[in-house]
Design a protein around this ligand. Sequence first.
Ligand code: PGA
Length: 263
Amino acid sequence: MRRKLVAGNWKMNLTMAQAIAVAEGFLRFVKARESVDVLICPSFLCINKVREVLKSSHAEVGAQDVFWLDNGAFTGSVSPTMLKDVGARMCIVGHSETRGRFGKLDVPPSTVGYFAETDETVNLKIKALLYHSIPPILCVGETLTEREANATDTIIRAQLDGALQDLDASELPSLVVAYEPVWAIGTGQVCETPEAERICGMIRQHLTQKFGEEVGDHGRVLYGGSVKASNAQELFSQPNIDGGLVGGASLNAEEFSRIVMSA
Ligand code: PGA
């Protein structure tokens, strides 16, 4: 039986004082839901402080990204050892925003070029995280153009293959994959539940084919993209959806608590 996981991705939001306030607001609710794994991914700067706020609960903190080397002349980057040091227990990789695949239409081209992570860099990050025993949350998902071209399943399988290249089943006991259709992220347009369930099932099947039943059955597959308290219960009650990766709605303690409660 897979435990549900609800992860909040705060993205580039909340100052230290705001982060503490949201985490404190969330604390009393989360204690009532020990049957669900809960993770909050603040900005790098707030990881340690948010971890302190949440330490009397089972909720953990994670990071939104990582660089794949331990140290060196990589200005602006954060390594897996640094994440471990501040208490990050998981790390998001390959988010469509770090891949430069934004759901919004008004993103300046220069921004896309700046991020533009590839399957290859996602793969390097996953290997580095696993080496340091930090479970990755691997994000995959198609853009609207890809969906309209009927390429959704092919794109997702290719993202899984690229991200998990040269890894073997024994390295992936704690793998988490998040299906995040790019067009659903931050747009308020959630993927219909039957389709989200179909894709999460397809991801599980692909993992089983590649790595065997142990990984396919135990790996958790989350849905992300405009998850709210009003749609979480329906999504999370599907057999192949093991919880959610929540962006905007995780910035509000009460809304995020209600999402966790519905898992
Ligand atoms: P959203 O973001 O919930 O704001 O759509 C989800 C995500 O980017 O992980």
